[in-house]
Design a protein around this ligand. Structure first.
Ligand SMILES: [Zn+2]
Length: 221
């Protein structure tokens, strides 16, 4: 795919140019503090899953937008505290269902995890697999709250960072944490592209939570 032959356009507004134009990039809302899902020791998100953030997630999730994932990965990598990066030997991801992966031809969480790994200079390994079950997309909120079958593939390191595209209820990260803890992990950190904003009334943020107040620098092509 040659960029000269195939001009790109913004995934949010459609204007020809970078995959995320300047105005849309600036309209992304940095993720606000959220409760840490059960079983995790920290959870960090880049943007709110709302407005332009939804368009960005949709492009990564449904359109296999590797170039956008590559643009976002450095910003996503920067929301991980340096202390966590220093003691993390490997990054993994929450795998989508086998059926979803076959339908789309890729796993968006893997695409993000590998891009983040490149940004941080850390290895990325497939340490989780998903058992049989319905895909997240299209399921009711109640269904999504149910733990999903995730299984560790062999032993995992004592600390691990688990990447996912979106944190809505936290159920997927909780299932991932339970799986890797049962396989040797003592400290589990979540890292997600976007998180559902908390209700306005839930202003009591935990210290180690899905949070990024850093300016987003994702408008490079
Ligand atoms: Zn735009």
């Amino acid at each position: 795919m040659h960029p000269v032959l195939l001009p790109t356009c913004c995934v949010a507004c459609g204007v020809v140019g970078p995959r995320l134009c300047g105005p849309c990039s600036r309209s992304l809302v940095p993720a606000r503090p959220l409760p840490v899902p059960a079983g995790l020791d920290g959870c960090y998100a880049l943007i709110d899953y709302a407005g332009t953030g939804r368009a960005v997630v949709s492009a990564v999730k449904f359109r296999h937008d590797r170039s956008l994932a590559a643009v976002l990965a450095p910003a996503l990598a920067r929301v991980l505290p340096s202390a966590e990066v220093a003691r993390t030997p490997v990054i993994t991801w929450c795998p989508t269902s086998g059926r979803r992966r076959r339908d789309r031809g890729y796993d968006q969480a893997e695409v993000l995890a590998r891009a983040v790994g490149r940004s941080l200079g850390l290895p990325v390994h497939r340490l989780l697999r998903r058992g049989a079950g319905a895909p997240q997309t299209g399921r009711s909120a109640a269904d999504r709250r149910r733990p999903l079958p995730l299984v560790a593939r062999g032993r995992v390191p004592a600390q691990i960072v688990v990447v996912d595209d979106v944190c809505t209820t936290g159920a997927t990260l909780e299932a991932a944490a339970a799986a890797v803890r049962g396989a040797g992990a003592a400290r589990v950190i979540g890292l997600v592209l976007a998180a559902t904003p908390p209700p306005r009334s839930a202003g009591r943020a935990q210290a180690t939570s899905c949070a990024s107040r850093q300016p987003l620098q994702a408008e490079r092509a």
